[in-house]
Design a protein around this ligand. Structure first.
Ligand SMILES: Cc1cc2nc3c(=O)[nH]c(=O)nc-3n(C[C@H](O)[C@H](O)[C@H](O)COP(=O)(O)OP(=O)(O)OC[C@H]3O[C@@H](n4cnc5c(N)ncnc54)[C@H](O)[C@@H]3O)c2cc1C
Length: 622
């Protein structure tokens, strides 16, 4: 039996990042997946990023992951969402070519000599003395490993629902895996059910885009990766249209056949990504709902109908959609559907994503109760790194909540658990002004480089960028500008003129003034920019953010530093909380179940009050 360092199960978004990270760190990896033709398949919309999710992809990229690079190579549209708001809210979002995305991931993984591939279905884990020993497959093979990462997505006992029809499947047209859950249950894991859904796909040749609102990409499209990925020179548009009262009435005629309303679906679905029938039911006063019509790629006529996720009978989905403006003559490729699947409540994990029950076994992605490609990929890279560190007896790699959205994601999952599919929102992070999309490289590349994952060239690039940023800021803080230097642009921009000299950095604090304009209009600053060499837009943005938001950034950093003190007080892994009677009963139960690693983590468990934390502080002698 061949032995691998690490076996990754499932080449979805989590599995691809996990395999890649572990292999790039030097582990011998086997990637077992059901179908090599659809690696990193986008099961739902052909899009990466968006609010909070875009920040996650930037973080994965800064850590040396590939989701950002692949997104850049395969995008057909780019938009920086929330650009009119503060930089904490800026969120890159791409529309991608679904087929190219999958092909590029495969190409990337196949170019890695440390990864072997095997197309098969993993049906069970082999455990010796509470440690992972290997995996069994549907073809009757066994593979030995030092560590394994399960990234099965929606495939464990998946059941697909379309109206009154339901059948087994991991995604439409793909089979579900039926034995692995039982194998895990036998070793003491508990599982629950969740559900999610996807909309209709339409034939673009039959849609009347002239009757819809066109949504073009950014005039100057950005990128996800901090490396030199190609810039988008050509973009495809999305389109906006709306449902109406007739559409709603038609959809309602199918409610008695809906698997959700008839109670056939038991699992919880994503509240913030509801099906169209849910939207009509829950927001009955709303006369219309937005539908974004998204192209599936450069060379296809297929369109994704974002906002029309449904598990109603297909004839009702189609009949209702034809009453939407622009869809009067629409033909469809396939109906929307809902899928129910097993997931493993994530309190069964440590913060490094290793399971508490079986040493060396890691879970990543939707199997942990999350939803979304970005959330899955983020867990994948962290599981890949930690599986590698584990087998090399090195300390685990955990990102703090103040360091990355990825830290928030994993801490939320492990500490608070999740009853419904978990997706990232900016509101989940306490330190949004620190966790911006522009500075993920500053926050994370050094850490990853120290691990041996981020390459030297990536690290050097980051150092060079921030040297330019800091030198330029020093100049702006030192340079005095006279009224003659700036009053013309101040007047043009409708802001007060100055009567005596002011520092360039002080002028830049004014919301009406941008650094780009200062470089163009003020000769001393222009000169400095010219002699400094390549001052890219990325650098200009960074300088401007650091100057304009300096006070907010400092305040948040101080707050984060204070809380780090609690994060640094460790708690014992095997401590019996039930014996501290001065803790509330709820706190004892929750602490016993989750076994937090630090006092900071204990404080975030719902049901553990500040009074309970004081008890713990006293108990542990502080
Ligand atoms: C119908 C549907 C609708 C969705 N809607 C949304 C949405 O609206 N918004 C959103 O953000 N996300 C949505 N998602 C979720 C999104 O697709 C997932 O969150 C994301 O793909 C999860 O990534 P993953 O890597 O965990 O798993 P997946 O992308 O599901 O990949 C799992 C991989 O593992 C393989 N595999 C599974 N079991 C085995 C096994 N035993 N042996 C070998 N290989 C195995 C599969 O073949 C697959 O390649 C939807 C998913 C589906 C299916």
């Amino acid at each position: 039996m061949k032995e691998y360092d690490i076996i990754v199960v499932g080449a979805g978004h989590a599995g691809c990042e996990a395999a890649n990270a572990a292999a790039n760190l030097g582990s011998r990896v086997l990637l077992i997946t059901m179908n090599m033709l659809n690696m990193a398949q986008m099961s739902c919309n052909p899009s990466i990023g968006g609010i909070a999710k875009g920040q996650i992809i930037r973080e994965i990229d800064a850590l040396g992951g590939y989701s950002g690079i692949i997104t850049d190579r395969t995008m057909i549209q780019f938009r920086m969402l929330n650009h009119s708001k503060g930089p904490a809210m800026w969120s890159p979002r791409a529309q991608n070519d679904r087929v190219l995305f999958s092909m590029e991931w495969r190409k990337m993984l196949e170019s890695n000599r440390n990864i072997d591939f095997w197309q098969d279905t993993v049906s069970g884990i082999i455990v010796k003395g509470k440690k992972i020993y290997g995996l069994k497959t549907g073809l009757g093979k066994t593979f030995r490993c030092k560590s394994a990462i399960l990234a099965n997505g929606t495939f464990l006992n998946g059941i697909i629902h379309i109206g009154e029809k339901s059948f087994s499947g991991g995604r439409i047209g793909e089979r579900a895996e039926k034995d692995l859950t039982n194998s895990l249950i036998k070793h003491g894991f508990i599982y629950q059910r969740m559900k999610t859904g996807t909309p209709v796909r339409a034939d673009g040749r039959t849609l009347n885009f002239d009757r819809m609102e066109e949504q073009t990409g950014d005039v100057n499209p950005g990128r996800f990766s901090y490396t030199e990925t190609p810039k988008l020179s050509n973009q495809k548009s999305c389109f906006l249209t709306y449902t109406n009262s007739i559409v709603h009435e038609i959809l309602k005629t199918g409610f008695d056949k809906s698997p959700m309303y008839t109670g056939r679906i038991k699992g919880r679905g994503p509240r913030y990504c509801p099906s169209i029938e849910d939207k009509i039911d829950r927001f009955s006063a709303k006369e219309r709902h937005q539908l974004f019509i998204e192209p599936e790629g450069w060379n296809t006529i297929e369109y994704y109908v974002n906002g029309f996720s449904s598990s109603l009978p297909e004839e009702i989905q189609f009949k209702a959609l034809r009453k939407v403006v622009g869809f009067e003559k629409a033909k469809f490729f396939r109906p929307g559907y809902a899928i129910e699947y097993d997931y493993f409540p994530p309190h069964q994990l440590n913060l490094n994503l290793e399971t508490k029950i079986i040493e060396g076994l890691f879970f990543a992605g939707q199997i942990n109760g999350t939803t979304g490609y970005e959330e899955a990929a983020a867990q994948g890279i962290i599981a890949g790194i930690n599986a590698h560190l584990k087998i090399n007896n090195k300390p685990e790699f955990i990102l703090k909540r103040s360091e990355a959205y990825i830290g928030v994601l994993i801490d939320d999952l492990v500490t608070k658990g999740t009853e419904e599919p978990y997706r990232m929102f900016t509101s989940r992070a306490e330190y949004r002004i620190l966790l911006r999309q522009d500075n993920a490289d500053l926050r994370l590349t050094q850490k990853s480089y120290s691990l041996g994952l981020a390459t030297k060239s990536r690290y050097d690039r980051m150092i060079e960028k921030y040297k330019k940023v800091s030198d330029f800021i020093t100049l702006l803080k030192a340079t005095n500008l006279s009224p003659e230097d700036v009053n013309v642009i101040l007047e043009q921009k409708g802001t007060n003129k100055i009567s005596q000299k002011q520092k360039a950095a002080t002028i830049l604090l004014r919301p009406q003034i941008s650094l780009k304009e200062m470089i163009n209009e003020i000769s001393s600053i222009k000169q400095y920019a010219q002699i400094s060499g390549d001052i890219s837009e990325e650098i200009i943005d960074e300088i401007e953010i650091q100057i304009k938001y300096e006070n907010y950034i400092e305040k948040e950093q101080e707050l984060a530093n204070k809380l780090v003190a609690l994060e640094n007080i460790p708690l014992k892994a095997e401590f019996d909380y039930m014996k501290i009677k001065s803790l509330s009963y709820e706190a004892r139960e929750k602490l016993d179940k989750i076994k937090p690693k630090t006092l900071g983590q204990a404080g975030r468990i719902s049901g553990v009050s500040p009074a309970d934390i004081s008890v713990l502080l006293v108990h542990f002698g502080r």
